[in-house]
Design a protein around this ligand. Structure first.
Ligand code: 3HC
Ligand code: NAI
Length: 712
């Protein structure tokens, strides 16, 4: 194993530089390297103080997550590295730039002084990986910053700016020049003064006098989110408690290590670490034939963009592009709608200013980057156009014809459709290779997922450009194939259908939603449906011919159909936008869902009309019926090569649909928490119970893999 740190000298200052691109993760070679360099610096009489820093773009951004692998990493552990640094007989200055995260911050806390570049960020993201800062972070951190801050940061995983870190006492000084030179200047200054050894481990916990109250409040806050949630936040809190309650620092460290062991061996930590790598794996796309991929295809430059349609999605998409400095033309068909869209963007910008996320000058810049227009001719110079007009194929085709006629030949034409056929839109253009789907999620300026849909003829260059643009605008771009609903909505349709059947058979909406929330989703299916608006699905079903006179109410196109959602819409219950849907919200746009006797009456009347004997349905059945058809559909999607790997499906569900990260997404959950043989067996069980629902038919790929897993 090569050593991944080097020691050099500038005058009386030793510089220990970590060299492990891209993020200087603290893998075995780094830990070994730091230890060796520190010992050399200690024994070199020419060195009087040491600067510890990272090469390239960052100070160490944490432990090497790929070393975790379900067990503790091999080699000198990080804690012993920290002991070496803290006990060094010469002062050590951490010179932080980039991101000092997790283990990186723990390293900095073992140093005697901390300098931070004004552009750097820091934090303890361990909780998002299902673990805790186990290299003494939970013990040292409340000794440099107030206990309440330490709890908030460690249990949330929030990254903070240099300015905040300084105001919270985490770093001693902010600098804005070359980080190594600043470190050397600071170290020279220290070396010239009488020696003071500042060991964080020997300091008292800040705010310990009010510890009980602080812990009680934090426990209450975390408990409110604990049902169905991950266990790591509460374990982080328990570990920090050790800093106050354990008699010595060493006992606190042991307590921290015991809790870390529990977390590390839990299925949740493994799932959350899988989620971390899955999110990165999706950027490495490839076409199903394997020939064209992210490694061999170059993106085109995107300097300007246009969005067509200034409604809910169009304004959010425009805001996203503007926020990343991309000049954007917003096209509408009518002045009234254009004005409404521009006002909506103005509100989004003002919100950012109010939240102090951007300055007034930056807000002004965003306004100047936006060009509202009623003229398609203004599209002539843009590099990409994203249409977000009504979800109707005829309208979309008309818009694609116009875009094709007016845009320059190299421009990419994208659609934000949530379900419709990208290939059909491409047929009306002379550039099918430049046509692609870019399915943003509402609210588009907030949601991180961007499902990019490749049509049959979409070129590698178009895909590379859109995947690159996704990252640039802060989205997690996932490339998928073209089919009705793509990956996310196609799987959602299965879940939605079963959720509706369950309320026909005996559940009430809040009962189904409660089970889903206990599983870990932030909202149940019916709450989400109310939030999105029930009329959207209604219009889509109408477009598909699923709604109309003469159709049997509970059976359409050869399979069981639930008209419950249609009944809601036909009774004026569109969701939050009309103040009532499955739930009552008190007023139009209200957000707090209350059970509604009117909804329940509509459901019971429907059952009476069809002589349905309602029954008590156990939570286990609710869970299995909501999740297993969705998982089965995921396997079908893999089988049809609409997705090329589990990570794509899992990332879509975790970033776009609220699937709980501590179970790793539907595919990971099926394989690792439930087991494919069990899923397969339950699909067969429900298939026998509900022969009129085709979605219980196990997919061939799932059957095969279940058989293989059963043999192991
Ligand atoms: N371990 C291993 N690999 C890591 C890593 C880590 N801690 N952090 C990043 N990487 C890898 C990524 O997988 C990616 O690899 P790839 O190119 O092969 O896909 C590569 O480094 C670049 O990462 P990003 O694409 O994420 O780069 P960005 O510039 O977008 O983001 C970052 C940089 C903010 C540092 C981000 O990578 C990040 O958040 N990393 C994780 C930080 C973290 O969670 N640290 C805590 C680790 S746990 C810990 O320290 C435990 C300790 O308490 C004992
Ligand atoms: P919306 O009804 O809020 O906005 C559509 C806008 O397009 C309207 O302002 C309308 O005036 C304008 N428009 C219609 N025809 C036009 C034309 N020929 N030229 C210029 N402008 C035209 O619709 P919404 O919700 O924004 O949806 C837009 C698209 O985004 C649809 O395809 C929808 O399926 C998709 N989508 C919607 C999501 C949602 O939650 N609302 C989520 C993801 C995708």
């Amino acid at each position: 194993m090569t050593t991944m740190a080097e020691l050099t000298r500038r005058g009386i200052i030793g510089i220990v530089k970590v060299k492990h691109p891209p993020v200087n993760a603290l893998s075995y070679g780094v830990r070994k390297g730091i230890t060796e360099c520190m010992k050399k610096a200690e024994s070199d009489p020419a060195i009087q103080a040491v600067v510890l820093c990272g090469d390239g773009r960052t100070f160490p951004a944490g432990a090497d997550i790929s070393e975790f692998g379900g067990k503790f990493a091999e080699g000198p552990d990080l804690r012993s590295v920290l002991v070496t640094i803290e006990n060094l007989r010469k002062p050590v200055v951490a010179a932080i730039h980039g991101t000092a995260l997790g283990g990186g911050l723990e390293v900095a806390l073992s140093c005697h002084y901390r300098l931070m570049h004004t552009t750097a960020r820091t934090g303890f993201p361990e909780v998002a990986l299902g673990i805790l800062p186990a290299a003494t972070g939970t013990q040292r951190f409340p000794r440099v910053t107030h206990l309440a801050n330490a709890i908030e940061m460690i249990t949330s995983g929030r990254h903070i700016t240099a300015k905040e870190a300084h105001s919270k006492g985490i770093v001693d000084k902010l600098v804005s020049g070359d980080i190594i030179q600043e470190g050397v200047t600071f170290a020279n200054d220290i070396a010239s003064k009488p020696y003071r050894h500042l060991m964080v481990s020997t300091k008292p916990v800040i705010g310990a006098e009010n510890a009980q109250q602080i812990f009680d409040e934090a426990r209450k806050r975390l408990a409110s989110r604990a049902v169905g949630g991950p266990i790591a936040p509460m374990m982080c809190l328990k570990a920090i408690e050790g800093a106050v309650k354990m008699p010595t620092f060493e006992k606190g460290i042991q307590h921290e290590a015991d809790l870390m062991y529990l977390l590390m061996t839990s299925g949740q930590a493994r799932a959350q670490q899988y989620a971390f790598f899955a999110e990165r794996a999706v950027s490495k796309w490839e076409l199903p034939d394997g020939a064209t991929n992210s490694r061999n295809t170059k993106p085109k430059a995107v300097k300007t963009a246009a969005v067509i349609g200034a409604g809910t999605m169009g304004t959010g998409i425009a805001m996203t592009l503007l926020s990343r400095g991309i000049p954007t033309i917003l096209i509408e068909q009518d002045q009234k709608f254009l004005d409404r869209g521009v006002a909506a963007i103005g509100k989004l910008i003002a919100y950012q200013v109010n939240k102090k996320r951007i300055s007034n000058e930056q807000a002004q810049k965003l306004h100047t980057l936006l060009k509202p227009s009623l003229h398609y001719a203004d599209l002539k110079d843009v590099d990409i156009v994203i249409e977000a007009v009504f979800e109707n194929m005829d309208i979309k085709k008309t818009v694609f014809r116009k875009m094709d006629a007016l845009c320059k030949p190299s421009a990419i034409l994208a659609s934000n459709t949530s379900n419709l056929n990208i290939d059909e839109m491409a047929t009306v253009t002379k550039r099918p290779g430049s046509v692609i789907g870019m399915h943003f999620f509402a609210p588009a300026n907030v949601m991180r997922l961007l499902e990019n849909i490749r049509g049959r003829q979409t070129s590698g260059e178009t895909i590379a450009t859109v995947m690159d643009l996704s990252k640039r605008i802060g989205k997690v771009g996932v490339l998928v194939g073209n089919c009705y609903g793509f990956v996310g909505n196609r799987m959602l349709h299965m879940y939605g259908a079963e959720a509706s059947f369950l309320i026909e058979e005996g559940c009430l909406p809040h009962e189904v939603d409660q089970c889903i929330k206990v599983f870990g989703f932030p909202m149940g299916f019916f709450q989400v449906a109310d939030l999105s608006g029930l009329d959207i699905g209604y219009k889509a079903r109408k477009g598909l011919g699923l709604i109309g006179k003469g159709l049997p109410e509970r059976f359409r196109f050869g399979q069981r159909y639930s008209p419950i959602s249609d009944i809601m819409v036909e009774n004026g219950r569109l969701g939050q936008k009309s103040g009532k849907g499955y739930y009552n919200y008190g007023k139009i746009g209200g957000r707090v869902p209350e059970r509604d006797p009117e909804t329940e009456e509509l459901i019971l009347n429907f059952c009476k009309k069809h002589n349905i004997q309602r029954r008590r349905i156990a939570p286990q059945e609710v869970m299995e019926r909501c999740l297993y058809p969705l998982i089965n559909e995921g396997f079908k999607i893999l089988q049809e090569k609409i997705a090329t790997k589990d990570e794509e499906i899992d990332t879509i569900w975790m970033t776009g649909y609220g699937w709980p990260r501590h179970t790793g997404g539907p595919m990971y959950y099926a394989r690792n928490f439930v087991g494919l043989p069990k899923i397969y067996e339950r699909l067969l069980y429900y298939k026998a119970q509900f022969p009129d629902s085709k979605h219980w038919e196990p997919c061939e790929l799932l059957r095969k893999e279940a058989m293989q897993q059963a043999k192991l």
